[in-house]
Ligand binder design. Sequence first.
Ligand SMILES: Nc1ncnc2c1ncn2[C@@H]1O[C@H](COP(=O)(O)OP(=O)(O)OP(=O)(O)O)[C@@H](O)[C@H]1O
Ligand SMILES: [Mg+2]
Length: 259
Amino acid sequence: MMAARADRSPTTERHERPVIEIDEVVRTYVIGQTTVRALRGVSLRIERGEYVAIMGPSGSGKSTLMNTLGCLDAPTSGRYRLDGVDVAMLDEDDLSDLRNRKIGFVFQGFNLVPRISALANVELPMVYAGLTRSARRHRATRALEAVGMGRRLDHGSNELSGGQQQRVAIARAIVTNPALILADEPTGNLDSRSTEDVLAIFEDLNGSGRTVVMITHEDDVAAHADRLVRLADGRVVADGTVIAESDSAIGRARLARSV
Ligand SMILES: Nc1ncnc2c1ncn2[C@@H]1O[C@H](COP(=O)(O)OP(=O)(O)OP(=O)(O)O)[C@@H](O)[C@H]1O
Ligand SMILES: [Mg+2]
């Protein structure tokens, strides 16, 4: 898998507008008398079709950054342009529309709705898309088949293993065919077999031109990305190309260049 990746050439043109452009983003939380500076001036540019891993110690601001990129949270200061659009100029309706059309979010804890079927979970993002019920059902079925869950359509999320739930969460993120996939520790709770399955899905998505940004704590997971951004204490401390050791059983993410 690693060797094949090393040979892969970018499937998309690299010189167009970046999909993500953030400049000096600060996010400060104020709780009572305490101020937490979760992001202290992060600037990042991600081109269309990139596969980026974000690493960093617990509390370094990874999820805060991801929520910002996903327009689930607004920066205290600084600018975020998604596909060239300054998101600060958009109202709540525009933002939720943007999220629905462009972004697929995979949350760390799966965030599936309990007691309803896998199929119903994956249909949810399309409820407001003006599709007929049968069109929704058809698309959700296709997305679940794409992640190898075609035979578990009617299982409740409580009747699925962790790896299966994570695959349903990915199907839900991709069912609207978003150009940008944001995943917060998508393999955090998975065994090595399910981790491989999930990474193979992301590789396929990236291979078909999707931009993928993934938070992980594991070097061998990050090694699947093309680029690695390290955060520490709310800042980017390193940003470079991932060099996969194709002949080692566990590829290690190394930084070719640091900032
Ligand atoms: N809603 C919030 N209110 C107040 N403080 C918050 C909030 N969310 C995050 N923080 C604080 O901001 C900092 C960054 O948190 P964040 O969740 O981004 O870290 P992380 O890098 O994702 O960590 P982990 O690896 O543990 O998931 C932490 O100090 C955290 O306590
Ligand atoms: Mg986090």
